[in-house]
Design a protein around this ligand. Structure first.
Ligand code: SF4
Length: 460
């Protein structure tokens, strides 16, 4: 969501006449779009801000804008610690970025934070504004903002507000226009995509339309987006296991361009900890829905998020998490050590905080299991022919091209010819590691419409 907000701020500033530059030294305006989900992001942000103080004072007309959820949460502290920042805006004010920079060009700094999105203001949806996409073939499309859940560790509902779904007609119009501009991969984003449309259905009924069933409409949306000609891949993040419905799995299985990848955030394998987290499901329910997903969608890759050391987590709870992770055998997992986010329920559970050394030790033990599963899953793919979309040269080895498979795996391969970013190709998987696959080019598909070219890589 933050990356998408960044694209939107870039787009707004470009349509206001600004040009993107490669270095801070040559910039007139620096925008820092923040995220407060994890603690080290705060630390990095304040470090970056203090480094910018000299840059700012070297020239009179330089400006700094701070946006994002950390800005929303820490507005006073930013003003206090960095009074030289010109504009501080929250998550619902992104559309005002260019206007407020202009307003403060020769005037006083401004802080503008809207606590809640304005319901009838469609500019609140990031996709409804000009955008500078960092990846030409992929577009993030916001289908929903905010979250109505109350996960005990999460700051999102406080900084992003209530859940509001975007009307599907508007989403489909945007997707059609993206396809016309050369986009072939659509990534639908929301905090809890499974509940997409529930609020729209409720509003329709409240307005007297009793033909609408008061249920989520995500499965229908997935099918409608998938039916738009010209789209090769449809992805989505993130579903909530408590709201995962069979109709969504069926839509994934029956819509050919919806990819075989499900990010399915587990968080813990202990029912006690899941209840403390307010997650709304048990480990058994999580595993049975996961088994159903794998049974309904062939060749499904599953990734997850796990929090280690949540307040009150005992060794037994932790071992249950290890056990469930081993059973689930994830393709990859983002595991985190719990860090209290001020303003959340979990941050107040100080009497149950886990000794940091114990949490680190548990994290390392869990990582062994998660890494082992990833290697198993990746090795299963050796010998297969995968469809990849080219992302560019390998960052570590410019002789290799990097692509992404439908299962969202990185696949490095040698190619005798230069391949443009966004090209689809068939690659045979010849080797596998924890975080990536390796392979050789078999066949090049249709080239993309845009113009960026990779340097020629040498043949093997
Ligand atoms: S579902 Fe839970 S973790 Fe996800 S954004 Fe909402 S409150 Fe946060």
């Amino acid at each position: 969501m933050n990356e998408h907000d960044s694209e939107r701020i870039s787009g707004l500033l470009e349509s206001d006449g600004m040009v993107n530059v490669d270095s801070v030294a040559s910039a007139d305006v620096v925008v820092i779009n923040t995220c407060c989900i994890r603690e080290n992001a705060d630390d990095k942000f304040y470090g970056t801000l203090s480094q910018l103080k000299n840059w700012k004072t070297e020239k009179d007309d330089r400006q700094i804008l701070v946006a994002g959820c950390l800005a929303q949460k820490d507005r006073d502290s930013i003003r206090q610690r960095a009074p030289y920042v010109d504009v501080v805006i929250g998550t619902h004010n992104v559309h005002r970025a260019a206007e407020l920079l202009e307003q403060t060009r020769y005037g006083r700094p401004v802080t503008e934070i809207l606590e809640e999105a304005v319901l009838d203001d469609h500019t609140m949806f990031p996709s409804a504004l000009p955008m500078r996409r960092e990846v030409s073939y992929n577009a993030w499309v916001t289908i929903q903002i905010g979250c109505d859940n109350t996960c005990a560790y999460c700051i999102v509902p406080a900084v992003r507000g209530k859940e509001i779904s975007r009307p599907s007609a508007e989403i489909l119009t945007e997707v059609e226009s993206l396809v016309r501009s050369g986009v072939t991969q659509i990534s639908l984003i929301g905090q809890n995509v499974n509940s997409y449309g529930r609020d729209l259905a409720m509003s329709a009924r409240a307005a007297g339309d009793n033909t609408v069933k008061p249920k989520p409409q995500f499965a229908e949306l997935l099918r409608s987006v998938g039916a738009i000609p010209g789209i090769s891949r449809v992805r989505f993040v993130s579903p909530h296991p408590k709201d995962m419905r069979e109709d969504t799995l069926l839509a994934m299985a029956e819509t050919p361009n919806v990819v075989e990848h499900l990010h399915y955030p587990m968080q813990s394998g202990s029912d006690k900890v899941l209840a403390l987290m307010h997650r709304g499901y048990t480990a058994e329910r999580y595993l049975s829905r996961l088994a159903q997903a794998r049974q309904m969608i062939s060749d499904l890759a599953v990734t997850t998020d796990v929090i280690v050391g949540f307040p009150g987590e005992t060794e037994e709870d932790f071992l249950q998490t290890v056990e469930v992770c081993a059973q689930a055998c994830f393709d990859s997992a983002f595991s985190f050590i719990f860090s209290p986010r001020p303003g959340t329920t979990a941050a107040q559970m100080t009497d149950q905080f886990i000794d940091p050394a114990v949490a680190v030790e548990r994290y390392e033990r869990l990582k062994i299991v998660l890494d082992h599963s990833a290697v198993i899953k990746h090795r299963e793919r050796i010998g297969r022919i995968e469809e990849v979309v080219v992302e560019g040269m390998s960052k570590k080895n410019p002789e290799l091209t990097t692509g992404r498979t439908r299962q969202n795996k990185i696949l490095h391969f040698s190619s005798p010819q230069s391949l443009r970013v966004g090209t689809y190709a068939k690659v045979e998987v010849t080797d596998a590691a924890r975080f990536h696959l390796s392979g050789r080019l078999i066949e090049v598909g249709e080239a993309p419409k845009h113009k960026l070219r990779l340097a020629v890589s040498s043949a093997n």
